[in-house]
Each structure stands twice: as C-alpha cells, then as structure tokens.
Design a protein around this ligand. Sequence first.
Ligand SMILES: [Zn+2]
Length: 172
Amino acid sequence: MIVLLDKMRITARSDKCVKLSKNHLSFYSKYAFVVLRALRKPLFQRFLCWLLKRENIEERRVRDVQIRMFPLRKENGNVLAGKCNREEGKIFIYPKRLGFCQRKTQELGKETLDFYIQSRARAALIHELLHLKYASNEEKVRELTRKYFRIFSKHRHAKNLDTRNVSKLLFT
Ligand SMILES: [Zn+2]
C-alpha cells in the first residue's frame, strides 16, 4: 500500500518565477525534482506507511504534501526545511538556497550534496508528519525524527557516501 504518493506535488509562487534569473530557476526546479523523486521512492513510501501505522497517525490526516520550489527564509536568516498546517493537513517542504548548495558542492562533491538534499527532504517530511500528532512539542518531534531517520537510513545502501557529514549537516 502506497499512501502518500498521490498527495505529493511541486508548487511555486509565480511571482518568484518571474523575478528570478534563469540560473536560479533551473537550479530550484532541478532541486524540486530531486526531492520529489526521493520522497516517491518505493522504499521510502513503504517506510512512511510503517511510520504512520506505528505512530497511529491516520493517513487521511495528510491531505496535501507540497514540495515548494523556492526557499522560505526565517526571521533569523536561515531557511526553513518544512512546515505543517495541522488543521488542514498540509505539509510544505522547502529547499536550501542556491548559494549554500554551491558552497557545499565544492566542499563535499556533487554526489554527497545530492544525497544531502534527498536526506534533508525525507527528514523534513518525517518531522512534519510527526507534528500532526505531537503538535507543537518540538523536542519530542526532533527526537523522534532522529530516531526514525536513523531507522530508515539503515535500510538503504549508502556505502560510498559521506553519511557522517550529511547527518552532521542535518541535525546540528
Ligand atoms: Zn518542528
């Protein structure tokens, strides 16, 4: 049973599409497709099924999972990984900024960066799904996100990738 597949889509603010350079647009659209593909992978979908069951989160509570094409900046200047509207059952997943990704590509290589982008989106979705149940208990949600993400990571093959660097980027 593959539950969340039909609810996932890429969305964007059209005014941003008009304003941004070609370079930015192509970067953010590629990013969004990498995320969509990562979230739709059968192995991850099966994992999500298991997670929802285990946490007793009814699948119908999730109505819409939007992979937003452009980053959302927080007040402290950092960008948001995800957001959840519990009443409406809507989840939003946001990308990192172009500048960050360029720097990290130089530092870690393209393959590791792609792996980071996929992991970040998966961790963000797990995190926001848990918010449906645990509301604003951020500490609990963070602790469980780490736990579940670790469980998922054990099931996949990432032998040649810099997993330690990636989890450092994700959880610190
Ligand atoms: Zn949170």
